[in-house]
Design a protein. Sequence first.
Length: 253
Amino acid sequence: MIMRRNRLPPMPSADSAFFLDVDGTLIEIAETPSAVSVDRCLLELIGRIHRASSGAIALISGRSLSDLGTLLGLPRLPMAGQHGLERRDATGRLWIHATPPDAKCAIKAALAPVLARHSGLLLEDKGLTLALHYRQALHMAAYVHRLLAQLVGEIGSGLELQRGKRVVEVKPAGIDKGSAIAEYMLEPPFLGRTPIFIGDDLNDEHGFAEVNRLDGVSIKVGSGASCARFRLPNVAAVRSWLATTLKGWECRT
């Protein structure tokens, strides 16, 4: 069910498990993926949640794990990258879902002349996925969506499109942020806890749906239709809500 109006999220219980998107949720979106800014306060906040929840926190991002490591550090934190195609669990073990390499390479080659003609487009090869950003060429949004849909339909066997904020991504079918959350929820320290997922984008809807299925707390950041049950207005509100949660827990102990 898609909802347009959602109430503010409740105070999480002590047995909660946190799943957090990164761009647009914990940090502001920038002109390019490499131009984002990460401050020390955010890293300290994540560390505090990790300790207070006994390790039941994971980042669920469209970025690659390598990119997340460069951006944030946090080598011991569970993270799922490329929409769940690669995942580091709480023990540090790495799980990777295979991608059809021939189809991906063919689509990348087909996009080369398009990129040469349009300097405002940015193709990001994350290893398992291809993301075509049009943040600096918003007038080309419809063209980008049509082009990638055509390429996936013609040569993208085993692949699907994932639409996001000013980006369209080509990824292996059947793996998404929801499946990543489901995998974490079968493992300690997430097992048996109430899941909370916070995200801001279309690619987070899979995560919201999975958390709703598990009777957890799904939180949409910003405006727009969503199946999330609760809503926060922006990145600052997300950080404030998480900080308030920690203070509430500390007051109970």
